[in-house]
Design a protein around this ligand. Structure first.
Ligand code: FES
Length: 153
């Protein structure tokens, strides 16, 4: 007497293995499909500017609402992009020129505040008060369609 209803026949085991392999493959492809755009959004890549060799980075304008600041990493260091109004986009190094703390954007006051010793900078990086000896370094920016492009100086 044979047991034809048993689920553990060699054919079923092989079919189950290939089905699991197929589902794992499509699951991995789907996960990459979600992870890649998310990674590009969170960590935009730097690119070379054609003809100059300078490095640049594109950030969607929608990521930098007017009056707000977006902190990113550019050339392996922190950078911040601010849009004080519709026409103006400014990119700065947020590293305080006093002792190197990273400044924070105070949206209400429209200025940068250093949490370490109270240094204050305006939206263009000029010193407003406190111990910083010089303005925040500024990056070149340009607008390309719906993107702000930060360029290496
Ligand atoms: S490090 Fe910013 S004020 Fe001292």
């Amino acid at each position: 007497m044979t047991n034809e209803t048993s689920a553990a026949t060699p054919n079923n085991t092989r079919r189950g293995f290939f089905l699991t392999l197929l589902l794992s493959f499509f699951g991995s492809v789907s996960a990459l499909g979600f992870a890649y755009p998310l990674g590009m959004y969170l960590w935009p890549r730097e690119r070379r500017v054609k003809g100059t060799g300078a490095r640049s980075m594109k950030i969607p304008l929608s990521d930098v609402p007017i009056g707000e600041a977006r902190f990113v990493r550019f050339l392996g260091k922190p950078a911040v992009v601010v849009r004080p109004n519709e026409q103006q986009t400014i990119a700065l190094s947020p590293v305080c020129t006093h002792l190197g703390c990273v400044v924070k954007w105070k949206e209400k006051e429209k200025e940068f505040l250093c949490p370490c010793h109270g240094g204050r900078f305006d939206v263009k990086g000029a010193v407003l008060g406190g111990p910083p000896p010089s303005p925040l370094p500024i990056f070149t920016t340009s607008l390309e369609a719906d993107y702000v492009v930060i360029k290496e100086v």
